[in-house]
Write a protein of this length. Sequence first.
Length: 307
Amino acid sequence: MPYIELSLPEFQRRFDSEESCLQAVFQARWPRGFVCPRCGHSGGYRLSQRRTMQCGSCRRHTSITSGTIFHGSHVQLKQWFLLIYLLANDKGGASTLRLSRQLGMHYATTWFIVHKLRVAMATREENLTLAGYIELDEAFFGGRSRNSRTRKGPKRPSEKKRQVLVMVESEGSQAGHLVMRVIDNATWDTLKPIIEAKVESEPGGQMFRTDGWQAHDVVMTFGHSIKMGHIPNHMQDAELPCMSLAITHAKRFLLRTFHQFCKTHLQRYLDEFCYRWNRRRSPGQLTHRLLTACALCPPVRHSAIAR
Ligand SMILES: [Zn+2]
């Protein structure tokens, strides 16, 4: 796409009007030309001065932004696009307060849009599955455990922490794709649908490495192989190197960006982290990819992401 790796001034010049943004949404949504969502006919025309396409066959009117994350928003597309650019280009993750000040937008409005962008990221990741050699473990996010500072032994959750299932592909010394899921507990019923959905099912299965966490039962149910055994804390980096790297980076990302982040929304912060991680080898394409993700993401209600 022509706007890959544009500087902020270049990006602002390119998307300086609602019309230029609308055309970009159109391109992302229908890269091969308009297709009627009702009858599937490929062909139609723009109703002049409106955001609407009319089908050349059934005559149905379709708004260019309907069915996308931009649907029904009172915020200009120009502002949306700027937020997409700033979020995509801030490697460490962008804080809502800073974004709202940069754009002169109300904090609450910015907060809802940024969370909707995170939903678009998560929606884009829905079909991602892991394969090959996979490191699996649990992690605890959000606050310091009372036990962790004073006692040795296995990790224990405190009331302030949230438990997270972490799975990351290991390609030798290189980490591959990453999945992080906030879980209420580590029971069979909780873990089974996540592992079923996020791990490639093939004859022979995938190869897992874990430190003996209860998830191994679930993993074996799906025919995967597993190498497990207790790993002392000082051996974690050597035995689960990609896992250690992912958790360290995720914690740093949360601390740097969100400071006192709300644990209610932890999953969406992790969604943003995983989205960036899984695209970190092509950072110059993040703006374009996030814009496409937004154009293909169904509308998100405020109530679905409210505090
Ligand atoms: Zn039609």
